[in-house]
Design a protein around this ligand. Sequence first.
Ligand code: TRP
Length: 339
Amino acid sequence: MTSSKTGKKRALSGIQPTHDSFHLGNFLGAVKQWVELQETHDAFYCVVDLHALTSEPNPKDLHKRTLASLAQLVALGIDPNKSTLFVQSHVTAHNQLGWVMECLTGIGEASRMTQFKDKSQKMGDDRVGVGVFTYPMLMAADVLLYQADQVPVGEDQRQHLELTRDLCQRFNSRYGQTFTMPEPYILKAGAKIFDLQDPTSKMSKSSESQSGVIELLDAPEVNRKKIKSAMTDTGREIKFDEKEKPGISNLLTIFAALSGNSVAEIESEFDGKGYGDFKGAVADVVVDYLAPIREKTLELLNDRSHLESIMRTGAEKAAEVADQTLKATYDALGLIPRA
Ligand code: TRP
C-alpha cells in the first residue's frame, strides 16, 4: 500500500498537551526536526489530547494547553499548508483503531512497557488508570492510521514504536496487508538538552524544580535569569566536555543549535573569556530567538478564528486518510459495513 500520493515518505508524530508551555528541550529535541521533515516528507503532526487524559488533567488546563500546543507548533514553524496539523480527538478513528489494537495486544507484552511499569510502580496499581496501560495501543493506532513510513520520536518512545511494529506485522499477517510498516526516526542525540540546574538529566516538564527549564512562553527576563544562574562546572574554560563539564556543554549545545554556529566556533570565540561572559551571550541568543516565537504564539492564541480554521482544515485532511484506513481495517476484520 503506498502511503502517500505525493511520492514522499510519510511522517507522523504526536506531542502531548500536558503543560502550559513547551520548553527548549521539546523544541530542540523534537519540534525543530518536525519543521525540517515537513520539507522532505508528507508530514502529519498531532496534538495528542486523548493521550494527555491519562494524566487526569483538569478540563480547563487541558483545553488551554491543547490550544497553546497548537499555537506553539505553528509559531515554531509547522506550516499548516505543508503539514497536516491536527488535534487527535477531532479524528474519531484514533479511538476506533485503538480498540482493535488493544484486542491484538497481549497482556504480557503490554505489561512489559517500561513507561507503564514505571508509572504503575510509582503510583500503585489501584491509582494508575487502565489508560496508562493501553496508552501504547492508542499510539500504535495514531501511527498505523496514517500509513506512516517514519515516526520521529525521542529515544524514550523506541519501545512503544517497537510494539507498534509488532502489532502492524501481526495484523497484516493475520488479516491481510493493511498497514505500512513504520520505522522509528530517532531524533539526533546532539539535540538533547539537559536541565540547567541538573545538567546530567534531561530538560523535562516533570523536573522537580522549574529553575532549570527554559519555557518558550516565559517572559524574556525570566529566561535570561535562568540561564545566568545555570549550574556551571569547576574550571573556567568554555569547552565541550560532557563528562567533566556537563553544564557548560549543555549551554554550548543550546548556543550552537540556536545560533547555527558550530560548537568549535563558539569555543574559539570564548577562548580566554569567563563563564559570566559566556552565560550572558547564551542568554542573549536564547532570548532573541524565543521572543518572536512567544509573540507569534500569543498573537495566534488571541485570534481564535484563525486557530479554529487551522484545526478544522487539519482534522479534515487527517480524517480523510484515517477513515480510509479504518474502513480497510474493519473490512479485513470481517465487521459488516453499516448499510
Ligand atoms: N507517546 C508520545 C510521547 O509521549 C506521544 C505520541 C502519541 C506519539 N502518539 C504518537 C508520538 C504517535 C509519535 C507517534 O512523546
